[in-house]
Each structure stands twice: as C-alpha cells, then as structure tokens.
Design a protein around this ligand. Structure first.
Ligand code: M6P
Ligand code: ZN
Length: 190
C-alpha cells in the first residue's frame, strides 16, 4: 500500500455498456456447442451453427476463488436468438454455499432472470436497464434475452459462493422461458 498516494484502480467500467477494462479481467465465452444440452429443442439446435455465440462473461476476481469475505464482479452479455421457441440463456447455477447471495442489475436490453428454489418452484423477474435483483443464496439463477438487442447484466457475488452447475445440468429448471404468441412465458417442463 503506497502511503498517501492517490492511485487508479486496475479495473474500470465503461459506463454506457458496463464492459470491464483493465487487468486482470477474465473472459469466458459460451458457444452453442458448449451448452447445447440446456435447450429443449435439439432438432432446432442442429439447424444452428455450433459456433454461434450465446453469451460471454467478463469478470474481475480480485482475490482467489474461495476466499472468505471477498467479492467478485461480472458483466454477462447474452446475444439475441432462440433455439426453437426458447430464448438464448445462460447455463444457470446454484451456489455451492447456500448462504452466499448475489446481486444482478440490468444494464442494456431486455430479459428475464429465471430463479428456482430447492423445491423446484420457478419464477422470473423482468430485467431492463436499471432493474436490480437480489438473489438469495439458496436460489438457482439464469438469465434469458427476450429483447431485440444484446442483454447486458452486471453481477456481484461473494468470492466463496462457488458455482454448482451439476444440479441444473442433470435436472434443469422446472420451467422453460419460451416465446408464446410473441411474449416470454414460463412453461412448466413435462
Ligand atoms: C454472472 C455471475 C457469474 C456467472 C455468470 C454466467 O456474471 O452470476 O457468477 O458465472 O453470470 O452465468 P453461468 O455461470 O450460470 O453461466
Ligand atoms: Zn451466482
């Protein structure tokens, strides 16, 4: 720590789109081929290019993953598109630690934050520029882009929350966000 010096943080946000600039910033992209199993309509998926970008995440992890008391910051960008009638969406996850919550906030575009509790009750919150979402640590969460432009969402979560993808990979959410008569509707599975 440089005593009395006023310095600049190593990472900054571009205010109009919340993209992160600086070092270290981690970049992860999810192509259709990486996540195709999350979508319902596999025949429709086959008609799309495997290399289609579905979403990407920039994150700043100032402390090692698993550190107690630290925070991580991320910006997720979900492309427009559908697989069949299902909107492009993130994989979604529970937190490994059920007492670690998370904030999401809408920056650009329109979408739905899909949440599910451990009893498999599923519901959604509308995402729009300025929407703010508190996600209880026990709730699974994923985002879907329902609009005509990229959906950009900021996120902040504890550095020891962890990601449990397995439950969602095996059992999915209990409802899917489909376009029905031009509107996003949560349709129960099965
Ligand atoms: C947000 C945060 C991240 C998460 C990302 C993408 O930025 O919740 O922790 O990794 O969204 O979601 P997922 O990991 O479910 O693909
Ligand atoms: Zn999370």
């Amino acid at each position: 720590m440089a005593h009395l010096k006023i310095i600049q943080s190593c990472v900054e946000i571009t205010l109009d789109d919340f993209k992160l600039k600086g070092d270290p910033v981690k970049f992860q992209s999810r192509l259709l081929t990486n996540i195709v199993g999350i979508f319902f309509d596999q025949e429709a998926a086959k008609k799309l290019n495997d290399d289609t970008l579905v979403y990407y995440v920039q994150s700043w992890m100032p402390v090692p993953e698993g550190t107690t008391g630290g925070l991580f910051y991320g910006t997720s960008t979900i492309m427009t598109g559908k697989v069949g009638e299902e909107y492009f969406m993130t994989k979604g996850h529970f937190h490994l630690k059920p007492d670690r919550a998370e904030f999401y906030w809408g920056v650009r575009g329109e979408g739905v934050l899909i949440m599910m509790d451990r009893n498999r009750n599923t519901w959604g919150e509308r995402i729009y520029p300025g929407s703010l979402h508190y996600i209880n640590g026990e709730i699974a969460h994923r985002m879907a882009n329902t609009g005509q432009e990229q959906l950009i969402v900021g996120a902040c979560w504890p550095s020891d929350a962890g990601h449990d993808y397995e439950e969602i990979e095996h059992n999915g959410f209990s409802a899917r966000l489909l376009e029905v008569n031009g509107q996003p509707v949560l349709v129960p599975v099965g």
